[in-house]
Design a protein around this ligand. Structure first.
Ligand code: SF4
Length: 329
């Protein structure tokens, strides 16, 4: 069993003004560029040791593309990502190998990440054995520890994924992600496909494992209750940009950006002791191919000012650790 990890605030992964623009082309044979989709447009954030950074926003806001850049599935078209202070674009082969084992992922649908033809024992140990050759006895010890840590039994190692419930399959995916004792796990909607009754169990398990292993999480979720429960810091994204970022308690008790207020109003009941201004979010998210000028939220904002369609607001720190991009402040 891994020992309980002292929480610290060292930054493991830092995104610095990261961009991911996708070219949009027209024509089948003679393709010409007609623009670009700014899926992520200048995001900065820090994932700290032993902590969870939650990223929220409606679908298409760029949170999944941000996760893909952290997982090196997508390469940033601007800005940089640092791992332990080093720009990942400067990695040599050894750095890349270390990064791949240090940054793992758990996805929404464990079906897609668990090979249905392999027994659970092989699925969990596959990344570990690929990185670290070891004897049968040591492999078995690791497997039993991982199964125990995620709340499964030794005999489960000989079953196939289809013999498990959704919650148990997610436990298998978590055990596999933990097998290399990673520094960071990207959790992409880890509980949204599960029955409501199972969600709390998996969230509690993830929190226990964070304490036990000292692992950091980048949590991608659209459910604000999940993000509030799991995260130490929260970033709110809208059309590829960060519009507000704060420590979790601060964000949920004192949201400032109209978009954050609307998201919270739409998904969380207000606390009787907290005075809250409820906002209703109307309209659809504009196309990222043709985002609104100035503040990209101005087409849906109930507080829009004359300058909002003209002038893009800058993300500024208004209280310790609390950053907002809005002309109201
Ligand atoms: Fe609303 Fe203007 Fe603030 Fe944008 S900058 S959120 S449009 S008030």
């Amino acid at each position: 069993m891994a020992t309980t990890f002292e929480q610290s605030t060292d930054t493991i992964i830092q995104l610095d003004n990261c961009q991911k623009y996708f070219p949009v082309t027209k024509g089948l044979i003679f393709q010409r560029s007609i623009g670009q989709v700014k899926a992520v447009d200048g995001i900065s954030l820090q994932i700290r040791e032993g902590q969870t950074y939650g990223l929220v926003g409606e679908s298409g806001c760029g949170k999944t593309t941000t996760a893909k850049m952290v997982l090196q599935v997508e390469t940033p078209t601007g800005g940089l990502i640092r791992f332990n202070g080093k720009n990942i674009a400067d990695f040599d082969a050894a750095d890349r190998k270390l990064y791949r084992s240090s940054v793992q992922a758990v996805f929404q649908d464990p079906w897609s990440s668990l090979n249905p033809r392999l027994k659970v024992g092989s699925i969990i140990l596959e990344p570990l054995l690929a990185n670290q050759p070891m004897g049968k006895h040591e492999a078995r010890e690791n497997l039993e520890r991982l199964l125990r840590d995620v709340g499964l039994h030794n005999f489960h190692a000989d079953y196939y994924p289809h013999e498990f419930s959704g919650g148990q399959r997610q436990r298998i995916a978590i055990a596999r992600a933990l097998s290399l004792q990673p520094k960071v796990i990207v959790l992409d909607e880890p509980v949204s496909a599960l029955d409501v009754s199972i969600r709390a169990q998996i969230m509690n398990l993830l929190k226990e494992l964070q304490n036990q292993y000292g692992v950091s999480y980048l949590l991608i979720a659209h459910n604000l209750a999940t993000v509030r429960y799991m995260s130490h810091y929260v970033g709110v994204m809208y059309l590829g940009k960060m519009v507000e970022e704060a420590p979790t308690r601060e964000l949920f008790t004192n949201p400032m950006h109209p978009y954050t207020k609307a998201l919270i109003s739409a998904s969380l009941p207000s606390h009787p002791d907290i005075q809250r201004e409820d906002l209703v979010l109307s309209g659809e998210v504009p196309s990222p191919l043709d985002p609104p000028s100035g503040c990209s939220f101005h087409t849906r904002c109930p507080f829009v000012l004359d300058r909002c369609p003209e002038e893009e607001p800058v993300l500024r720190e208004l209280a310790p650790g609390h950053k907002v991009s809005c002309h109201l402040f």
